[in-house]
Design a binder for this molecule. Structure first.
Ligand code: ADP
Length: 505
């Protein structure tokens, strides 16, 4: 059975054209659904008539967060084209790999990325290059202004691909996740159900929109429901806290990775900040330290933990607000149409309460990766379950706990060690801002743990204090043998720690 992929913006324009849809803080622009709809039409006409974009063509975009990115995404829907957002943190050689794989027909770039875009266009022989300037003079604005004619919307099915999103590459070469309309619709429904998203909701988009966090938690679900998205170009914790506290702006929803909340908690003014009007503060994308959730809870702010991946829409687990404090540390329960199971390495379900790999099935799970059909069976079981690569466990009430990524696990003296547990213990220490535990080679044990610790300003914690704290709290074999106090940890553009980039010497 198949169903048409409805055009969400068109739908809300029919129902409530005057409703505010999109605010772009950097350029001080605001669009109602009706205005956004008209710009999307012009963007689609420009892409079609000016650049020859047709159904199935890929439209790559590289720019900082900008309301125009959403227009381009919805213009792709109207043409049946595939939206292909690019990670602007990557080096040209990495983007070359991605563009050779994805084969876009046009590369739309923020002016700030003009030189990289020109280089990539040449390296990958991309037919068109289009500049974008956050509402200012650019090829894109000129193209929209000149666009005329009728747009006959291309019929699309829920099973068609809307977006190819390259995974952030925290664990290797990026793969193009094929994200269908169906994934977006079910993810939007799940977010609305678990995060109380309505047409009155106002979400702040600050994670980069080339990642699923920025695009799909909760920006696209907000458009699906007819709410308002407020786009922030880049994350700065002090400005961000001021925006969240602004009663007139009245943000009701936000989703961040743990690093965002760690930085907010350090920002001056955090103690006095009144965030009581915010209905949902979601946290996920990486293991959330318990101490952090408790720090916010002490201010009466419930951080709702969730788990997900680019490949899973992303929402695969969510903690409801009333369980957020009762089940601290858990990523919650699957939303309505998601099925999960925890299996051993032969895909057999492990006994309840034991660790195993989390497998997922449902309408929010990708059909496959772009250009990787031959490897399909590496990613899916024979009966269609997607292998997440994450280790999880369930408690007696059925709540899920993400233990760690299988790839981050290391083996010391024959014992499997999951760094996330150790990191949580180190986070409990007062002077610790951030930390990451990695396995490093060792002659005697095969591998041993090394804790890489970034201190808060003014803290004088030393290596021995970290080790002795771990000795008090952890089994001996889990205590890291080495501690390195570092100035900073490498992060990806979303703010997740890039463990494979931490120097091993
Ligand atoms: P990447 O794997 O490149 O970071 P994604 O942005 O898709 O790409 O991230 C998905 C991964 O993030 C998951 O597989 C998981 O390892 C991690 N993750 C997401 N949410 C959580 C969570 N609540 N707790 C622990 N890890 C999480």
């Amino acid at each position: 059975m198949s169903y048409p992929a409805e055009d969400w913006i068109r739908h809300h324009t029919r129902f409530s054209p005057g409703k505010e849809a999109l605010v772009d803080l950097a350029s001080d622009r605001a669009f109602t659904y009706g205005e956004l709809d008209a710009r999307i039409d012009r963007a689609a006409l420009y892409l079609r008539d000016g650049l020859g974009i047709e159904r199935g063509d890929r439209v790559a975009v590289i720019c900082h967060n900008d309301s125009d990115v959403f227009e381009i995404q919805f213009a792709c829907r109207r043409l049946g084209a595939v939206f292909m957002p690019l990670n602007w943190r990557l080096a040209v050689a990495e983007l070359e790999y991605i563009c050779n794989d994805g084969g876009p027909k046009v590369l739309i770039h923020g002016l700030e990325f003009a030189s990289q875009a020109t280089e990539i266009q040449q390296l990958c022989a991309i037919p068109h290059l289009v500049s974008l300037n956050n509402g200012g003079a650019s090829d894109y604005e000129a193209g929209l202004a000149a666009a005329t004619g009728e747009l006959r919307e291309v019929d699309m099915d829920l099973s068609d691909t809307w977006t190819i999103m390259y995974t952030s590459g925290t664990t290797g070469r990026p793969k193009g996740a094929r994200m269908t309309y169906q994934m977006a619709v079910f993810n939007a429904m799940h977010c609305a159900m678990t995060m109380s998203i309505t047409e009155a909701s106002k979400n702040i988009v600050f994670l980069p929109t080339f990642h699923t966090g920025g695009l799909n938690v909760y920006a696209n679900p907000i458009f699906h429901t007819g709410g308002t998205n407020v786009v922030l170009r880049e994350f700065d914790p002090v400005y961000f806290l001021a925006l969240l506290s602004d009663k007139e702006l009245h943000i009701t929803h936000m989703f961040g990775v743990p690093t965002n909340f760690l930085m907010m908690a350090q920002a001056p003014g955090f103690a006095e900040a009144d965030l009581s009007h915010i209905e949902c503060l979601g946290i996920g994308g990486a293991a959330a330290p318990l101490a952090l959730i408790e720090e916010f809870a002490a201010k009466n702010i419930k951080l709702q933990q969730g788990w997900g991946m680019t490949e899973t829409g992303p929402l695969g687990l969510m903690l409801s607000p009333d369980q957020a404090l009762a089940k601290i540390g858990s990523s919650g329960l699957p939303p309505m149409y998601v099925s999960l199971k925890i299996c051993d390495d032969r895909d057999v379900e492990v006994p309840f309460g034991q660790d195993g790999e989390l497998l997922i099935k449902g309408p929010t799970v990708l059909p496959g990766y772009w250009n990787r059909d031959a490897e399909h069976d590496d990613f899916f079981t024979h009966d269609g379950w997607f292998r997440t690569g994450d280790v999880a466990r369930q408690d007696a009430d059925g709540y899920y706990y993400i233990v760690d990524r299988t790839k981050d696990m290391y083996i010391s003296g024959g014992e499997n060690i999951y760094p996330a547990e150790i990191e949580n213990v180190i986070f409990e220490m007062d002077g610790v801002l951030e930390n990451a535990v990695i396995g490093v080679p060792d002659e005697k044990w095969g591998e041993v743990g090394r804790a890489c610790v970034v201190l808060k300003d003014g803290s004088n914690l030393d290596e021995d204090a970290v080790i002795s704290h771990c000795q008090d709290k952890l089994a001996r074999f889990k205590v890291p043998k080495q501690v390195r106090i570092m100035d900073e940890l490498p992060h990806n553009a979303t703010g997740k720690v890039l463990k494979h980039e931490i120097p091993r010497d």
